[in-house]
Write a protein that binds this ligand. Sequence first.
Ligand code: MN
Ligand code: MN
Length: 273
Amino acid sequence: MLSNDSYDDSNIIMITIPFDETSSFKPGSRDGGAFIRRASWGLESYSPILNRDLTEVKFHDLGDLYLYGNQEKKFKTIERAVYNIIKDGKKVVSLGGEHSITYPIVKAVKEFYNDILVIQFDAHCDLRYEYLGNKLSHACVMRRIYEINKEIFQFGVRSGDLEEWEFAKKEKIYIKPNLMDKEDLEYIKSLDKPIYLTIDIDVLDPAFAPGTGTPEPCGFSSRELFNSLYLLKEVSDKIVGFDVVEVSPINDVNDITSITAAKIVRELLLMLG
Ligand code: MN
Ligand code: MN
């Protein structure tokens, strides 16, 4: 995904976020963005499924976000960076990093759009109130988001603490063990709101995405995930941004996970651009 367009000419801006401090099991996702970028250079720019070429999409790659200080300071930096992109009228693509980074991104998106839908693909519900003493852990990211934006849609979820499942039930959260299907999409369409999409790569089975911090068996194949994501074509004008998180190259096998993530990003760029 070589970006040849300038920032001003582009309607989609990509950033990579080298942050993996809250990884609870296997760290390494700080290098996810850089490896996805590198893997993308080996992909064709043309998608036969979408019959579009990346040269038709105006996007600009800002590279790695420079982060320093404690987690709160780093999150402020992420939030400001994303807000600046959104307020320039552009869509934002963020490559993680672990999943906690989606919280400051959603905060920034909400500053501008206010009422949004957050669609999550993930093996985990990420609804813990607190994890290992940290409320900003990747295991709490959807709980924090839910506190500021009630409309969340969780797909592919097959793991979580009992407390999280009870919370989801009590709050009537839209949470499904399967991937998004046509019926889900019809409902999402009917709400007619800006959409932010977050893809935790561990929604895939570890056989398809071994390079991730908390692999969870009994997941989905790459093809199943792509087929679900292609449904979003119908609402692509509503999608204001997306992220792909939890790619951990140091735990990967032959870059399978980075290459798969790069292809997800390519297809979404082609749908959004
Ligand atoms: Mn997650
Ligand atoms: Mn996960």
